[in-house]
Design a binder for this molecule. Structure first.
Ligand code: S3P
Length: 170
């Protein structure tokens, strides 16, 4: 597959390292990188936490879908999505059709060690028990597995993950 013509889209649960890996991969492949959440924040001139507070999750999802569809018109771009974006039908359909979708996978028990660091900036993790978060994790994982490629990142640093992705999609 010619990766220079297709966009590469990184998906996975909150805090798996999509942004860090995306930057590494962009460097590795000489492509442009865009983080969808950062693009939403700069367009709205507000943090994600504030958007959730002022507009609710539905307002955030509308922004997410609109901006994703705009950004995905560019070619040769690596886009990292927020953890819920790929759950939106239109985003999922368009990604799978036009881009290479890579799921960054990690076991819940390893991921959950990072949980205390993630809660502050992630409204969807707040006021949930660990059991509820695990259920959300497992449920979403089923959808993430629709990606073209699944990369297990557990024993890899971000540069190693980027290299593995690059070799996998060659
Ligand atoms: C979300 C994930 C976040 C951000 C928002 C909602 C989600 O992005 O888009 O808080 O629904 O999983 P990260 O996956 O980068 O944390």
């Amino acid at each position: 597959m010619q990766t220079n013509q297709k966009n590469i889209i990184l998906i996975g649960f909150m805090g798996v390292g999509k942004t860090t890996v995306g930057k590494e991969l962009a460097r590795y492949l000489g492509m442009t990188f865009v983080d969808l959440d950062q693009a939403i924040e700069s367009e709205a001139q507000q943090t994600i936490v504030d958007i959730f507070r002022d507009e609710g999750e539905s307002g955030f999802r509308l922004r997410e879908q609109k901006l994703f569809l705009e950004l995905s018109e560019q070619r040769g771009t690596i886009i990292s999505l927020g953890g819920g974006a790929f759950l939106q039908e239109e985003i999922q359909r368009s990604s799978l059709l036009t881009s290479l979708v890579i799921f960054l996978d990690i076991d819940f028990s390893i991921w959950s060690e990072r949980l205390p660091l993630l809660i502050k900036d992630r409204p969807l993790l707040q006021k949930k028990s660990k059991k509820e978060i695990k259920e959300l994790y497992e449920l979403r994982r089923e959808t993430y597995l629709h990606a073209h490629y699944t990369i297990n990142t557990e024993r890899l640093t971000p540069p190693q993950t980027a290299e593995k992705i690059a070799k996998t999609i060659q």
